[in-house]
Write a protein that binds this ligand. Structure first.
Ligand code: ADP
Length: 544
């Protein structure tokens, strides 16, 4: 028996119409370094409509890819609305990729048009000759563009020539709406293609109370790049609930971010822990008003407990940790503490990786693929499935990443009976010493609780006796003593004796990936090339 319900397609067009109609006076503020630019949702929607008309005139049709090489700004937002709405696919390009990778993803995605911010022209110009499918380039802004050739188009002129009132086509909810490539830490980047339906359901899923409950009273500081897993879904979420946006453009350093929060009265921030740490360290050293903040979310990498506690001391807020990946649209779990916890237990819950919420199914499996219990102890690989989890990669089936209809996340951890995940490592970062796992995440977490430590990354390095042992790479506060023995002593009562690193390296900064996470691959390569100065302490603690 069929239902009597309408077969209403779940598309971005609905989200677009709703935000425009119901929240027309909400605003998108773009930071410029000078006076911020402000546009209401009504204005942004009108411009998106003109952009769709202009792209159609340029020959963009259903399913064609439109690349965006842009910072977080109003025009990028317009592309998020216009391109999927007209039935094409918005392909967000990571502006920090190496030229080879950038050329690879544009060619692999077969982008027909690329929209580029004028400040990023040099990035595109470096690969322009290698782009096989790009027919037109549209430049946002008035900056010098001759490096891209004679026939570039200017965004404002292009959309200014169009009349309002684009006739949005009927769309199949399963058709592609957006695509994003993983950063490709191993091998070429892999394309994840989101559908209208997956984005629609993710938007409604992450808006739930146990996830990211935003309303039109919120003002979002969109720090997570729009090229990183659709800015963690915030553009569509905020647009659908009418929250205002503050778009930082290229101004991603702690000082301007702190200014945006204070002057724009931002209520919601989400970012990778390295950025939250920079922001907090700035706020600890400068007069800064963070009092408007209501929710701070950290994710993309483990959020150290010490950061959570210091942030609370400074602002009275607990950072809520989230977990997900490009392949999961990306939000899959959020660590709001459960009901009934006692005073003082808050940090322990916030330091968990996340609690799975409705819309995502999760399990952990052992090396043989058998399911492990949710007892908070058994450790295995996390697998997920659901309507906003990818079931393959674009033109790359990668069967090794899937298991009986589940996505293998490559993350290793445990799950407790209430669905809280604790990730101990990424499979590729795991340290195996004498056949047993050492959690680099846990050792890092403790080290980052030491008052002299600014940042810590622990990697596995070859060892003649134990195959692999941990090497702790540390950035210390200026003027602190480089005393590996004392730092090991600090860890002594916090982790098992055989987890204690005997190798230590003091470095000026930890390399970061294109989305701001610690880049352990680069650290491992530096170590292998003998570029790290390693202090080795007496006596292997493996037997301790
Ligand atoms: P990249 O592979 O470039 O880091 P993604 O953003 O897709 O790109 O990364 C997803 C991965 O980030 C996850 O598989 C996981 O390893 C890591 N991650 C995300 N959130 C957390 C978290 N809260 N704690 C630990 N790791 C996390």
């Amino acid at each position: 028996m069929l239902s009597t319900m309408m077969d209403f397609p779940l598309t971005i067009q609905h989200i677009f119409r709703h935000g425009r109609r119901v929240h027309g006076d909400s605003e998108i503020v773009t930071w410029t370094g000078g006076e911020p630019r402000r546009a209401s949702f009504t204005e942004v929607a009108d411009r998106a409509e003109r952009l769709a008309a202009a792209l159609k005139r340029l020959g963009v049709g259903p399913g064609d890819r439109v690349g965006t090489l842009q910072w977080n700004n109003q025009e990028h937002f317009e592309a998020y609305l216009a391109v999927p709405g007209m039935g094409a696919v918005v392909h967000t390009l990571n502006l920090r990729l190496f030229p080879d990778q950038l050329a690879y993803v544009v060619n692999h995605g077969e982008d027909k048009v690329v929209i580029v911010d004028d400040s990023l022209i040099p990035v595109l110009a470096r690969v322009r000759d290698r782009l096989k499918t790009v027919k037109r380039i549209v430049v946002v802004g008035t900056g010098e563009a001759s490096a891209l050739g004679e026939d570039v188009l200017r965004y404002d002129e292009l959309i200014g020539a169009e009349a309002p009132g684009f006739a949005w086509p009927d769309l199949d909810e399963r058709s592609a709406a957006a695509m994003c490539y993983t950063t490709g830490t191993t091998g070429d980047p892999k394309g994840v293609v989101y559908s209208h339906r997956s984005i629609f359901l993710h938007t409604f899923g992450v808006g739930q109370g146990p996830a990211i409950p935003l309303t039109e009273r919120d003002r979002i500081l969109a720090i997570v790049p729009m090229f990183h897993a659709l800015s963690w879904g915030l553009p569509y979420l905020g647009w659908s609930c009418g929250a205002d946006f503050v778009m930082p453009g290229p101004f991603l350093q702690a000082e301007p971010l702190a200014r945006m929060i204070a002057s724009e009265r931002v209520t919601y921030v989400s970012a990778v822990p390295t950025i939250l740490n920079d922001l907090l360290r700035y706020a600890e050293g400068h007069e800064t008003d963070l009092s408007s903040l209501r929710i701070v979310m950290g994710g993309g990498a483990a959020v150290p407990r010490a950061l959570i506690e210091r942030f609370h001391e400074k602002t009275g807020l607990w950072i809520v940790q989230g977990w997900g990946m490009t392949e999961t649209s990306p939000v899959a779990a959020l660590a709001w503490p459960p009901r009934g916890i006692r005073d003082g237990e808050q940090p322990e819950w916030c330091a968990k990786t996340g609690r799975v919420f409705a819309g995502v199914e999760m399990r952990i499996v052992d090396d043989g693929g058998d399911e492990l219990p949710w007892d908070g102890k058994a450790v295995g690989e996390i697998e997920v499935r659901g309507p906003w989890v990818t079931g393959s990669y674009y033109r790359n089936p990668a069967p090794e990443r899937f298991h009986d209809g589940w996505l293998r996340t490559g993350d290793v951890g445990s799950v407790d009976p209430r669905g809280y995940i604790q990730i101990t490592d990424r499979a590729k970062d795991v340290i195996k010493s004498g056949g047993e796992w050492i959690s680099s995440v846990e050792v890092e977490n403790h080290l980052m609780g030491h008052p002299d430590v600014v940042e810590a990354a622990v990697i596995g390095v070859p060892d003649p006796t134990w195959d692999e042992r941990p090497l702790a790479c540390l950035v210390l506060k200026e003027g602190s003593e480089r005393n590996a023995e004392a730092l090991r002593g600090f860890l002594c009562d916090k982790v098992a004796g055989w987890w204690l690193p005997e190798r230590w390296a003091f470095i000026s900064e930890i390399p970061r990936t294109s989305v701001g996470k610690f880049d352990k691959k680069v650290l491992r390569a530096r170590h292998a090339n003998g570029e790290l100065e390693v202090v080795e302490l007496e006596g292997s603690s493996r037997t301790a």
